[in-house]
Design a protein. Structure first.
Length: 285
């Protein structure tokens, strides 16, 4: 069976492999297609496409936009992610939306650096993040890597555990401004792409809240939902497939590979028996 992977990250956001290296890894796994879906940037897509020229693999333009979804009852707000596939990566409005998202993330990062430094974690400075990782979309995994290398935490995963340094309930955490799901979806559509709700089961919403969210997103133009995903448990995939059928959405799948930042995942080979069949590629065409 021919396999694909429609969700992965490079050094252009919070992955540890360059776009070129991702293509090489995908070829080593005999994947026939892949999508580079960096957080709030399409900066690595052209490099991945070039690396795949003349090779037996298709690189699909991709992105993963961080959005803030407000629960209708007003009880909370959740960060959710909208994947985009097949967009014109030079579309001005899409690039403006992504720049806004990165700028707000950057503002948050600078405030968090101040919090960490003042709390005694002297290795966490904005200058050190840029010096270490370069001009990329800095995210919390970059903070975690510096903390791990400084001996503060045993692993990147440990830095995100509930109540720990990088968790949302940490006193050092800073909330940031997000684009709305409507803005993210419409930016993807406006660039000729297909918007897909990423990993719906990790948002820790009730069944009724998930349904409310999907209904709202469909109203904005959502077309797909990520049913095959590395962190799915038990009957998660079956439930998401059912939702896709109910709301007229196509399904996609991906590992969410981040390289060393998620060392338990490999391109095309997620947890358990996750494999993404090439037939799902038809949904993006």
């Amino acid at each position: 069976m021919q396999l694909i992977d429609l969700h992965m990250h490079s050094t252009c956001s919070d992955g540890t492999d360059t776009p070129t290296e991702l293509v090489k890894l995908a070829l080593e796994k005999d994947l026939v297609a892949m999508a580079l879906t960096d957080h709030d940037t399409v900066a690595g897509v052209a490099e991945a496409v070039k690396a795949a020229e003349g090779k037996p693999i298709e690189v699909i333009h991709g992105v993963e936009i961080s959005c803030e979804y407000a629960i209708p009852d007003g009880s909370m707000k959740k960060e959710i992610h909208i994947l985009g596939y097949g967009m014109d990566i030079e579309n001005e409005h899409l690039l403006d939306v992504l720049k806004y998202a990165r700028d707000e993330r950057d503002n948050r990062n600078k405030k968090m650096c101040e919090n960490f430094y003042n709390a005694g974690y002297k290795m966490i400075t904005y200058e050190n993040l840029i010096k270490t990782f370069g001009n990329v979309t800095i995210a919390r995994p970059h903070f975690a890597r510096l903390l791990m290398e400084g001996g503060v935490v045993p692993s990147i995963k440990a830095a995100f555990a509930d109540g720990t340094l990088l968790a949302e309930n940490s006193p050092l955490y800073v909330h940031r401004k997000y684009v709305t799901p409507e803005q993210g979806i419409k930016a993807i559509l406006g660039a000729g792409g297909k918007p897909v709700l990423a990993h719906p089961m990790i948002y820790k919403l009730s069944v009724s809240q998930i349904r409310e969210m999907i209904e709202e997103l469909v109203g904005y133009g959502l077309q797909g939902i990520e049913a095959l995903y590395s962190r799915n448990k038990g009957t998660d995939e079956a439930f998401v497939r059912k939702l896709a059928h109910e709301y007229g959405l196509f399904i996609t799948g991906g590992t969410d590979y981040h390289g060393k930042n998620k060392p338990d995942l490999e391109i095309g080979w997620g947890e358990g028996n996750l494999r993404i069949p090439v037939m799902l590629l038809d949904n993006l065409r």
